[in-house]
Design a protein around this ligand. Structure first.
Ligand SMILES: Nc1ncnc2c1ncn2[C@@H]1O[C@H](COP(=O)(O)OP(=O)(O)OP(=O)(O)O)[C@@H](O)[C@H]1O
Ligand code: SF4
Ligand SMILES: [Mg+2]
Length: 383
């Protein structure tokens, strides 16, 4: 049966290789939802902690550097939105957290700590155990997670029984409860329906029910609403927010849609060409962004005036990950690179550095006063 959970994926797909960090420090098992929420393992450590994560795929054409030096963290109860154009490494980095890359074709280095445990380089069996309970992923297309030939109830029951030693009757009760939780009417009866008997929005709800059946502490949602119409999209976003409140989970939300970001995120990570280029609170990133690429994303939100919709896309195309531009990867598309002396933008990769005194507010750009440029030049032209 095809499933989306870590436990359903062949455990051998976890990648290791490269400089694999060892688990650090003593691990304290804390019991009870409150205690888990507060501490888990590793004192004060955020639930999800990526450090210098690199994911590369050797291919016949060369090495695809899909993710480079990615560092961020996410606490329980918070939502981090990951934004960026197609091919910026959003899904690859998230799949690394789920351990879904094929080790035979993937080079992965750096550290991913989940609930205080290092998962990069973890043996497949251990990874399977950690992942199944700790994290779950929902995808844009429910068809990729729900097997068309099995009743949805049986699929949820199987996902639950994989991690809980309970009878089928108990698991079915749990499955019906979950369907009810995500707003599916007559849940007990609908357990015996097949995926095609649900509408697109309802299938998405079934997938969310299946994702949450094991109370994962981390929910990764990869463009979960893109295929849905606006009304259903809003309902699903509300649902994810409500469930997050109830379960106290951390949510990693991948999207192209900055409108969705404004609605759902606490923090935002902007990725370009496999690297983080800006990170901060949703208020900072949408209200006073510091990176020219983020400015471009904001400017490319469609402005609806009267009958017409104006679009200001970022000129050019995303870079090839086989052969990234020298210096700042964004330089071929950046209208501000001439403001930086000595052609530095084409020569030197800027570090991701703190630009204000706010913790976690970082940006990767050589401009000295991006805040002034944003206020004087970008803000007036935003839609
Ligand atoms: N198994 C693989 N082998 C080779 N290249 C890969 C593999 N998986 C992903 N890539 C490449 O890695 C890059 C990053 O892909 P990723 O799926 O993370 O992009 P994304 O930011 O999620 O984009 P989108 O918004 O289109 O979903 C892409 O260029 C993709 O082609
Ligand atoms: S470093 Fe230079 S090219 Fe890159 S975003 Fe900043 S100004 Fe533009
Ligand atoms: Mg993707």
């Amino acid at each position: 049966m095809s499933e989306m959970w870590g436990d359903a994926v062949d455990a051998s797909t976890i990648s290791g290789g490269g400089a694999t960090p060892q688990p650090r420090g003593p691990q304290t098992v804390v019991r009870g939802p409150r205690a888990e929420r507060a501490a888990v393992q590793g004192e004060g450590e955020p639930y999800l902690n990526l450090r210098d994560l690199t994911v590369a795929f050797p291919t016949a054409d060369g090495v695809v550097k899909a993710v480079q030096g990615l560092t961020y963290s996410l606490e329980l109860g918070k939502t981090l939105a990951v934004v960026g154009e197609s091919g910026s490494g959003k899904s690859v980095s998230s799949m690394a957290i789920m351990g879904l890359h094929d080790p035979k074709s993937t080079r992965m280095t750096g550290s991913i700590r989940l609930g205080g445990r290092e998962i990069v380089g973890l043996p497949p069996e251990e990874l399977r155990h950690v992942r199944g309970k700790a994290s779950a992923m929902i995808f844009q297309d429910p068809q990729s997670s729900l097997h068309p030939f099995y009743k949805v109830g049986d699929q949820i029951v199987e996902a639950y029984q994989a991690h809980n030693n309970v009878s089928k009757r108990v698991a079915r009760k749990r499955a019906a409860d979950m369907l009810g939780r995500v707003g599916i009417p007559n849940p007990s009866r609908r357990l015996d329906d097949f995926p095609h008997q649900f509408s697109g929005g309802m299938r998405q709800r079934v997938m969310i029910a299946m994702a949450l059946v094991n109370d994962p502490k981390l929910l990764i949602a990869d463009e979960p609403t893109t295929a849905l119409d606006v009304t259903v999209q809003a309902q699903i976003l509300d649902l994810i927010s409500d469930l997050q409140q109830d379960f106290g989970s951390a949510v990693l939300f991948i999207t192209h849609d900055l409108g969705v970001v404004a609605e759902i995120a606490d923090d935002v990570l902007v990725m370009y060409g496999g690297r983080a280029v800006e990170h901060g609170t949703v208020k900072d990133i949408l209200g006073s962004p510091l990176h020219p690429y983020t400015w471009g994303l904001l400017e490319s939100i469609p402005a609806v005036s009267g009958e017409s919709t104006r679009l200001h896309p970022i000129p050019g195309t995303p870079p090839s990950l086989l052969n990234l531009p020298t210096g700042c990867s964004f330089h071929p598309r950046c209208e501000f690179r001439k403001r930086v002396p000595d052609d530095l933008c084409t020569k030197e990769l800027p570090d991701l550095v703190a630009r204000t005194d706010q913790a976690g507010r970082v940006s990767r750009c050589h401009l000295l006063h991006p805040d002034l440029i944003f206020a004087d030049e970008i803000l007036p032209r935003l839609p």
